[in-house]
Design a protein around this ligand. Structure first.
Ligand SMILES: [Zn+2]
Length: 83
């Protein structure tokens, strides 16, 4: 990212905005446009609770996998014979 990088939303250069977010290697969006998009998304969710719920589920699914990695199988000591 350089000062010549510009926002694909409003066309402002990197130097003109607070922050620039890379959507892909060649598509950038400034913090102002991201804020705008965020507002629109929130408004849409208020109008459409089903969509909001779907987003919540999606966020839950993207939680890091908390499963423990497979460790070496623990061997139990052979129990003493009773006979
Ligand atoms: Zn912008």
């Amino acid at each position: 990212m350089t000062d010549k990088t510009y926002c694909n939303g409003c066309g402002k250069f990197h130097a003109e905005v607070e922050a620039m977010i890379a959507m892909t290697d060649s598509i950038f969006v400034c913090n102002e446009c991201v804020g705008l998009l965020h507002n629109i998304a929130q408004k849409k969710e208020r109008e459409d609770p089903v969509r909001a719920r779907r987003r919540e589920i999606k966020l839950e699914e993207t939680q890091p996998n908390s499963r423990r990695p497979f460790g070496p199988a623990r061997r139990r000591k052979p129990s003493p014979r009773l006979d």
